[in-house]
Design a protein around this ligand. Structure first.
Ligand code: HEM
Length: 508
């Protein structure tokens, strides 16, 4: 007969063995792994991510590793998402976890952490609320159509005067529209100091957006090294950037405040918010920051898109001809097109959509910060990782857009149009571009007006086809622009020229 003692021993041994087996099973059970990706160099990781044309590099990684790819730079995990359904899943269905922006020291030091790169929190919510309140619907946007119309007419007149300087005129036009909307200022003819300042700030912002420009974003301790050490020049650069963002923010805002006190402020984003009945002084900083955010967010992007339109029309002569024929039929040649014509110009509408897709202005999209551990498609997405989204890849995905490198407005016409690319190129979910309606209105107006009045033709040395390769038709910057090109831009007829010249006599 087994003694009571041996029974207890047996019981203890079995229990211990059970616990040990349970632990073993647990430890060997398949933990979801990180998404696949290139191995990287020991300790430093994937520091070979190129500074330019990053989307082409990520596109190659997608072909090699799949739709979700992970990379590590000095221990910081970057996760690249390459399809629209996956971005929709995380940014819309799981928005609570993916609506934040990642923290980069360089953004904070340069003063952008309070503007376009603002993290989640009450200030960011205020920004979005203010922007929605001012131009979050087509109906609200209509209040600004007058400003847009006036500026686009001046743009046409400037092209007639000197088509060689298209780049400058486009910058001036996009800057003038946004300057009036944000602050109610009429841009000075020729060169405007506010527009120059925002251009300067945006060139700096572009540097910040290039992953890896400032290694302090991956090695945070670098910021504590003394300024006099060799290789610390980046500190001065960031201080200089900070000064620029402060000037860009403060000078126009203070001017509006003074105008409001004097009772001569024009209707604008800032004036309307500061002057609204429910305004309380503690909102002032958020209004100031959000105004600079939309001012900066809208200037370079719109310029890039409009420039893209000119390049594309120059190369796609047939498309240009078809659009002009449509405008002639609907609007005629005796007057300038207006917003009210929009619904009756489906081909022009399709061109605007196709431009949005074909020339993806922000190819690398807006990055996100993962708030909590998550599983996506069976892969582990750790808290703290940076989500990046390759909008360029999505806009050129043959599964969504057959023959993606062909400029084909027809894809958006007919009974079964392809997916609307505006739902990709302006981003996703809670961080979706708040200026998309404005960008859309500006681009449409600019396209229809130019097509009605000018012929855009290639000239000696102009490209005759598109290249999406490095150094091709578009630059490798985070806000990608057409590479410099020359076009022959002339009025379509004597009547068109007369219409443009009549703009000179319009009241300002
Ligand atoms: C062609 C024109 C434009 C394009 C392609 C574009 C695209 C984008 C994209 C992709 C994002 C990131 C969204 C995300 O993280 O998912 C964004 C954010 C933003 N855009 Fe635009 N945008 C354009 C014009 C504008 C305009 C005209 C304004 C202002 C009037 C503007 C203001 C902003 C702001 C403030 C943000 C940050 C939003 C946030 O973090 O909550 N953008 N835009």
């Amino acid at each position: 007969m087994p003694s009571e003692f041996s029974f207890i021993c047996f019981f203890v041994i079995v229990s211990l063995a059970y616990v040990a087996v349970l632990r073993l099973v647990k430890s060997t059970a398949r933990q979801p792994s990180l998404p696949p990706g290139p191995k990287g160099i020991p300790f430093v990781g994937n520091i070979d991510i190129p500074g330019e044309y990053q989307w082409l590099y990520f596109s190659r990684l997608r072909q090699q590793y799949g739709d979700i790819v992970s990379l590590k730079v000095f221990g910081r995990l970057l996760i690249m998402i390459s399809t629209r359904p996956l971005m929709h899943e995380i940014a819309i269905k799981r928005h609570e976890n993916y609506a934040d922006r990642p923290y980069f020291y360089s953004f904070e030091a340069a003063g952008w952490d309070k503007a376009t790169a603002l993290a989640n929190g009450p200030a960011w919510k205020d920004h979005r609320r203010y922007m929605n309140r001012l131009f979050g619907t087509r109906q609200l946007m209509q209040r600004f159509y007058g400003v847009e119309m006036k500026e686009v007419r001046k743009f046409m007149r400037n092209i007639l005067k000197d088509a060689e300087d298209l780049d400058h005129h486009t910058r001036h036009f996009a800057g003038a529209v946004i300057l009036q909307m944000a602050y109610g200022f009429k841009a000075q003819e020729g060169t405007d100091p506010f527009i120059e300042k925002v251009d300067e700030a945006m060139a700096q912002f572009s540097d910040l957006l290039k992953l890896g420009t400032f290694m302090v974003d991956f090695l945070p301790w670098l910021r504590y090294l003394p300024d006099w050490l060799p290789g610390m020049g980046w500190k001065k650069t960031l201080q200089h950037y900070y000064q620029t963002t402060q000037e860009m923010k403060t000078v126009p805002f203070d001017t509006v405040e003074r105008q409001l006190k004097a009772g001569n402020a024009a209707h604008s984003y800032v004036a309307d918010l500061l002057g609204s009945e429910d305004f309380v002084p503690k909102q002032k900083e958020a209004i100031k920051d959000s105004a600079s955010s939309l001012y900066a967010g809208g200037a370079d992007t719109s310029v890039s898109q409009i420039h893209g339109f000119f390049l594309i029309m120059m190369i796609e002569q047939d498309v240009q001809g078809k659009a002009q024929a449509e405008i002639d039929e609907v609007v005629g040649r005796d007057r300038l097109p207006e917003y009210a014509d929009r619904d009756r110009l489906p081909y022009v509408e399709a061109i605007v959509k196709e431009i949005t897709r074909f020339h993806t202005v922000i190819p690398g999209g807006g990055s996100r910060h993962v708030m909590k551990d998550d599983i996506l498609e069976g892969y582990f997405i750790p808290k703290g990782s940076v989500i990046m989204n390759n909008l360029w890849e999505m806009c050129h995905d043959p599964n969504m857009y057959p023959d993606p490198f062909k400029f084909k407005p027809e894809r958006f016409l007919g009974a079964q149009p392809e997916f609307n690319p505006r739902d990709i190129s302006f981003g996703f979910g809670r961080r979706v571009c708040p200026g998309q309606l404005m960008a859309d209105a500006t681009t449409w107006l600019c396209c229809v007006m130019t097509l009605a009045l000018f012929d855009i033709k290639p000239t000696k040395g102009s490209p005759t086809e598109f290249s999406f390769a490095e150094g091709g038709s578009f630059t490798g910057d985070p806000i990608s622009r057409p590479s410099p090109f020359k076009a022959d831009i002339r009025p379509r007829s004597a009547k068109a020229e007369a219409l443009i010249r009549s703009i000179d006599f319009e009241a300002d």
